[in-house]
Design a protein around this ligand. Sequence first.
Ligand code: HEC
Length: 403
Amino acid sequence: MVWIDWVSLFIRWFHVIAGVAWIGASFYFIWLDNNLESPPEWKKQKGIKGDLWAVHGGGFYEVAKYQYGPENMPDTLHWFKWEAYTTWISGICLLVLVYYFGASAFLIDPNVMQLSETQAIVMGLGLIFGGMLVYEIACRSPLAKKPILFAIFLLLLLTVAAWLATHWFSGRGAYIHIGALIGTIMVANVFLQIMPSQRAMVDAVKNQQEIDPSWGEKAKLRSVHNNYLTLPILFIMISNHYPMTYLHPQNWLVLIALCVVSAWIRHFFNLRHVGIVKPSILITGALAMLAIAVWVSAPNLFNGTSDASNSEPVKQEELVSQSQVKQVLDTHCLSCHSKTPTDNMFPSPPLGLVMDDWQDIENKASVIYQRVFVTRDMPFLNKTKMTNEERKLVADWYLQNLN
Ligand code: HEC
């Protein structure tokens, strides 16, 4: 169904735009908060606790943050909530469209767990909303007052969720569900805590009442959580381009490791904004990224394959012929990767990759080898049941032509 592709295109596009607006605004306000300076006396008298000057787009801006609130509410007050809500709504639409309507293709992997579409969808939604509920309860418990303990708790929650998801769903489906869980936690922070606190503060100003500082503190806490979750969720949004992560045997651990390191790197920037520069964070962060890359890909780096036992170079007399390879790829790939695909899920060739002619195959030899032999995520969910011998044949053909 071609129209589904168009619907998906528009929703995905919108989702990215809304997400840029949300995270952009969020980064900007954190930056603002961290760069406020002590204001001159006359501003202090008005209740302003910090101010700053900026120049952008051909003009000067003067920003002031009030300790509690202005004496009178201005006519127009900007809220910044729809960026969050629309990002979440479009994200959930995309999840439903791609992973729930296409559950048998994208969410369920019979090699991981045999699930019916309904089971998979119920489990997916359960993971997202169940996880969010556990987080919300924790935030309202005394645990929330202990930042380090809470960070450990959040890490455990995500680890358990990632472990479950990767043992239920396809690698991609699992990753996207952890993304959806994090996104839901972030938007719930806005909806359930930040917005109500802000409304209470606005009402208090309108009614000339005292502002309860705990409102601001609670909202701030949730903002801080969201801040550390931004880099992990952005990684998950792009992760489906990187099968070496979600197809790794310990894909849940790869995901958690990347989340931890990216939050650690975020920490560097948070500190830097308040004038504390700790290069050690950036250096250890970079080293940790490198370590993850080596751990995930080292077997491939050193052997050219993911399976050392299969990597014996072919002997001259055993050269794989063009027709052998062509036959294997015709059998296993053409149902999708053709100008006229016959697969019921893919009316047009995925990512525009076609293999009708030998020239197409030669042009794409390196990616074909990668996906068939290294990451082994092609044929898609092994729908056409390619055997290990056939994978080896394609690899041998590719490697022999390298020499
Ligand atoms: C059931 C349909 C289906 C079959 C069969 C299939 N693929 Fe794919 N292929 C896909 C989909 C869907 C994608 C896009 C995946 C993504 O978004 O990462 C894809 C992507 C690819 C890519 C990545 C292209 C790029 O530009 O990054 C390669 C390479 C590839 N397939 C090779 C193969 C080979 C080789 C075979 C046969 C051995 C095969 N595929 C069989 C559905 C299929």
